[in-house]
Write a protein that binds this ligand. Sequence first.
Ligand code: G3P
Ligand code: CA
Length: 257
Amino acid sequence: SEALEPQKVGSDVLNIAHRGASGYAPEHTMIAYQIADEMEADFLEIDVHMTSDGELVAMHDDDIARTTDGEGFIQEMTYEEINKLDAGSWFNEAYPNHSDPRYQQVSVPKLTDILDYFGTSTKYYIEIKNAASAGQLLQTLEAYQLIEEEAVILQSFDSKVLQQVYEQYPTIPLIQLLGKNKMLFANYKKIRKYAVGVGLPYQKLNQRLIRHLHGNGLLVHTYTVNDEADMKRLIEWGIDGIFTDYPDRLYHIKENR
Ligand code: G3P
Ligand code: CA
């Protein structure tokens, strides 16, 4: 189908702001996404979980302990409870070089807070962390007309949920994420049936594998690359997209080519 044409997603290497500009600001917060947008990232990467009352929120872990001042699991908490949390002070403590008093005020955004703020001025690269939230996510993307605007890529480690999304929404570009072990033994021909590409850890990637995947019609995106020498090497190898916590570094490499 048309959606499976790699060109649809863009031929130049995509600059994907991993959890926002998460090297500079607390991950998955509005300010991290604003900084990423200022740094001209092509996509804002957002991991999504659902609260007990059905709100989609931006967070990596299913447990709130690492990135907030609270404790517990998102799926066992209401949005009101999540909204009261401090989602930035942990960053100031962990990364004193990048700490900023403004980060003490930030909260966990709903997915719709991010979509309301940026609209179609940017693109979204959303990870389905939990299959149970996929229906709500797709309804939201439809309501915001992001599917028809071609402003969204969906990614997941869960191949079943991606195949279900493909059945229902064959025009959404899907990326199958794979971990370090699975990437070496994956059935890439099968993945190509529903996904436009794969998202692989960069540590075990090489030019031969990238060529092999391109030969199978798959785009190759890679996570999470923060070192400029690694970025340059991956670009030389023909990578199609890079997830980075430092979108400014990748932007400058692309500008200076
Ligand atoms: O989504 C690409 C990369 O972010 C996958 O790993 O754990 O950071 O979501 P993780
Ligand atoms: Ca992710």
